[in-house]
Design a protein around this ligand. Structure first.
Ligand SMILES: Nc1ncnc2c1ncn2[C@@H]1O[C@H](COP(=O)(O)OP(=O)(O)OP(=O)(O)O)[C@@H](O)[C@H]1O
Ligand SMILES: [Mg+2]
Length: 241
């Protein structure tokens, strides 16, 4: 695999034992430093693709290659991601696993709590956080791990307006730091301004792969996606900051 490629998905298919075909012959690669958005309606295969990239599920056919880096993943089901009793402990857990010193871990935890607006929940019982707070916690966890590739599955689900703005600001910063970011979502008006690359999944098929500008000229409604140009005059405005 070429040095400048961060993630390669090659001919990936996934058929479940009940006969559901969730993905069919999906191929794409993401360059290092690229910000890619994959849109798709409910059931189009986004989360199945995420599980396969995460190594939690095996493709029925095809291969996934991550180029010399581990991915940081923010799952759609934020509950499944909580490991610590408190946000502080939860965030530290991932950072400790990256071999950082005690002081470095504390710094990472403080900064991640700050960026996600969870400072006052630092010592709360993590399982009792609201849905939106749990998602912020998942984002805080991957920030503390300092991964070069970060994948977000429906990152805006459950978030209120300040929450969306915080996650958008974090994504913008990750992009500016040169991180590779992949966002799986149907909420294009919140994130497309950051994207260098736009893809669409429909019923398990990759039906579009190109630039946001070219993608918005397509009949997105036919794939169950609302065209964000209906409410935003330009792509630059498709972000909540
Ligand atoms: N374990 C499973 N067994 C059978 N079918 C499954 C399984 N997991 C997912 N599917 C099916 O695979 C398809 C794709 O599901 P997936 O969760 O990837 O959709 P999605 O694009 O993430 O949707 P959403 O926008 O609702 O999150 C759906 O039809 C779903 O019912
Ligand atoms: Mg999903």
């Amino acid at each position: 695999m070429e040095e400048n490629i961060a993630l390669e998905v090659k001919g990936v298919g996934r058929t479940f034992s009940d006969g559901t075909v969730a993905l069919q012959d999906v191929s794409f690669s993401i360059r290092r430093g690229e910000f890619a958005v994959i849109a798709g309606s409910n059931g189009s295969g986004k989360s199945v693709l995420m599980s396969i990239i995460a190594g939690l599920d095996e493709p029925t056919s095809g291969t996934i290659t991550l180029n010399s880096c581990q991915a940081g993943l923010v799952f759609q089901e934020a509950d499944s991601q909580i490991l610590g009793e408190t946000p502080e402990e939860d965030i530290a857990f991932g950072a400790k696993n990256c071999g950082l010193s005690k002081e470095q871990v504390k710094e990472k935890v403080d900064s991640a709590l700050e960026k996600t607006g969870l400072v006052n929940k630092r010592e709360a019982y993590a399982r009792m956080l609201s849905g939106g707070e749990k998602r912020r916690l998942a984002v805080a966890g991957i920030l503390a791990m300092d991964r070069r590739l970060i994948i977000f599955d429906e990152p805006f689900a459950n978030l209120d307006w300040p929450g969306v703005k915080q996650v958008c600001a974090i994504m913008k910063q990750l992009k500016e730091e040169g991180k590779t970011v992949l966002v799986l979502t149907h909420e294009l008006e919140k994130v497309l301004a950051l994207a260098d690359r736009f893809m669409v999944l429909d019923k398990g098929h990759l039906v579009f792969d190109g630039t946001p500008a070219d993608g918005l000229k397509k009949e997105l409604e036919g794939w169950g996606i609302r065209n964000p140009l209906l409410s935003c005059p330009s792509i630059e405005e498709m972000i909540w900051l």
